[in-house]
Unconditional design. Structure first.
Length: 222
C-alpha cells in the first residue's frame, strides 16, 4: 500500500470517528433540550410539580428510629411544681475566628426559647417536718424550692444565621450554643426570683389543702 492509499484510509477512519462523535453530541443535545423543555413546561403546570422540584432541591430529612428501646431507670416522683418561666435568649457562638477566619471560622446566632420549672420535692420531707397540735394547728417545714426542669423548646428555637469558613464547619458549635442557652435561661429565671415565687406558691397550695382537710391553722417553719 503506497503512502497515498494509507492517507486515504486514515482520513476515512478520522471522518468516521468525527461523525460518530457529532452524532452522540447531537443525540445528547436533543435529549438535554427535550428534558429542559419538559422542565420548563412542568413549571407552568400545577403547583404540585413546583413543590416536587423544590423537594428535589431541598429534600426533607428522613429520620429512622432504632426499634430497640432500653429503659435505664424508673423513679417515683413527689415533686410539686409551683412556678414556671418561659424565656427567650439570643446566643452568639463562634470558633476559629481570627486572621484565618475565612478558612476555619464558624459563627452562628441561635434564637433560643426555653422553660424553667421550679417547685418543692415533697419526697425530701421527713415525718418530723409535720407537727399537728391539739388546737388544730399544723406546723409544716417544707424543703427549699429548687429548679426541677430546664429545657429548650425545640419547636421554637432555631438558628437565625450561620457564617462558616471554607473548611471551618464545627459540628459541636450548635450543641455548645444550646447548652449555653439553657444556662442563660436558667440564670435569667433565678435572677428574676423563680425560687422565691415557687416557695410562696407551694405554701399557698399546701395551706389550702391542709385547711380543706379540717385543720384550723397552718404555720410554715424554716
Amino acid at each position: 500500500m503506497n503512502q497515498k492509499s494509507s492517507l486515504s484510509v486514515l482520513n476515512t477512519i478520522l471522518l468516521a470517528l468525527i461523525l460518530v462523535t457529532l452524532g452522540a453530541l447531537l443525540i445528547g443535545g436533543v435529549t438535554a433540550a427535550s428534558r429542559f423543555r419538559q422542565l420548563v413546561e412542568s413549571l407552568k403546570g400545577p403547583g404540585e410539580t413546583i413543590r416536587e422540584i423544590k423537594e428535589i432541591v431541598n429534600p426533607t430529612p428522613t429520620i429512622f428510629a432504632e426499634p430497640i428501646t432500653i429503659v435505664r431507670q424508673v423513679n417515683a416522683l413527689s415533686r410539686l411544681e409551683t412556678a414556671s418561666y418561659t424565656v427567650e435568649k439570643i446566643i452568639t457562638a463562634e470558633s476559629g475566628q481570627g486572621a484565618f477566619g475565612f478558612l476555619f471560622g464558624d459563627r452562628l446566632i441561635l434564637v433560643a426559647h426555653g422553660q424553667v420549672i421550679a417547685g418543692v420535692d415533697l419526697s425530701k420531707m421527713r415525718e418530723e417536718d409535720i407537727i399537728v397540735s391539739q388546737d388544730g394547728t399544723v406546723t409544716v417545714k417544707l424543703p427549699p424550692a429548687e429548679v426541677l426542669v430546664v429545657a429548650l423548646d425545640n419547636q421554637k428555637s432555631y438558628i437565625y444565621d450561620r457564617d462558616t469558613g471554607i473548611i471551618g464547619m464545627n459540628p459541636a458549635l450548635e450543641t455548645e450554643a444550646r447548652r449555653a442557652a439553657e444556662q442563660e435561661i436558667l440564670n435569667a429565671a433565678l435572677e428574676d426570683g423563680i425560687l422565691e415565687m415557687a416557695q410562696r406558691n407551694a405554701e399557698v397550695y399546701l395551706r389550702q389543702l391542709i385547711l380543706a382537710l379540717g385543720f384550723k391553722q397552718v404555720v410554715f417553719s424554716r
